[in-house]
Design a protein around this ligand. Structure first.
Ligand code: ATP
Length: 239
């Protein structure tokens, strides 16, 4: 039996009077790709922020491999191997690809492990290998997104939290990126992906949750959700 990597129970987060999350439950088994889908403002980013320790959790709890990480310091949570890949635009634009990646490895102390991680990310993203010395701000949108994911991988994540990797990218590039995410997962990294692009995401995910204004009303195996045309149209949009 796979272990539970991340277990989110009855999570509530408020911004002042606004309840952004109204008691959600999410289970991420080790080795899987779990998707959290939903429209703008549904609370997807807030969920990631709660996991990473950058917003305060009002009610509920989050466990990472059975260890309570509810409202722990963001730094502590990162050091356990919970690593978020931000939206692609958030790479360091004035640094080179290689420098961005080096910064990603800041939690990894062993030089051999850092070298291994460099090899690994350049294998996944040969386009970044070709552009080691290029200033990140001059990369295309798709390449910046690749760099954001690669930077997260440099930290040797036990779970990779992906924040809308398809945002603003052309469909073919999205397909490339999702294929790489699948490959990363097949080589052992657990993934929680939040997305608006539901159809593409369901193709690579094992299980998905649909968030609607702070609540999860639909969840199920990705291969089943994708067959439900009405549901896909009504709730998931996508291309
Ligand atoms: P998007 O896809 O647009 O990023 P999302 O599903 O990630 O949307 P969140 O960013 O989690 O949604 O936002 C959920 C709700 O919380 C929204 O109503 C948003 O306006 C509100 N919210 C988010 N951050 C804050 C904040 N710092 N202060 C006040 N309200 C916030």
């Amino acid at each position: 039996m796979a272990q539970i990597a991340l277990n989110i129970e009855n999570l509530e987060v408020s911004y002042g009077n606004i309840k952004a999350l109204k008691g959600i439950n999410i289970v991420v088994p080790e080795g899987k790709i779990i998707a959290l889908l939903g429209a703008n403002g549904a609370g997807k980013t807030t969920t990631l922020k709660a996991i990473s320790g950058v917003v305060k959790i009002n009610v509920g709890n989050i466990k990472f491999f059975n260890r309570d990480i509810t409202n722990k310091d963001a730094e502590k949570i990162t050091s356990l191997g919970v690593i978020q890949s931000p939206e692609g635009r958030q790479v360091f634009p004035d640094l080179t690809v290689e420098e961005n990646l080096k910064i990603g490895a800041f939690t990894v102390k062993n030089k051999n492990d850092i070298d291994k991680n460099f090899k690994r990310v350049y294998k996944y993203f040969p386009r970044l290998a070709e552009r080691k010395k290029q200033i990140a701000g001059t990369l295309s949108g798709g390449e910046q997104q690749m760099l954001a994911i690669a930077r997260a991988l440099m930290a040797s994540p036990k779970i990779l939290l992906l924040d809308e990797p398809s945002l603003g990218l052309a469909p073919l590039i999205v397909q490339d990126i999702f294929e790489i995410v699948k490959e990363i997962n097949e080589e052992g990294t657990t993934v929680l992906i939040i997305e608006q692009n539901a159809l593409q995401t369901l193709k690579i995910a094992d299980y998905a949750y649909v968030l609607e204004v702070g609540e999860i009303n639909i969840e199920g195996r990705a291969d089943e959700l994708i067959k439900d045309k009405k549901l896909v149209e009504a709730y998931l949009g996508g291309h």
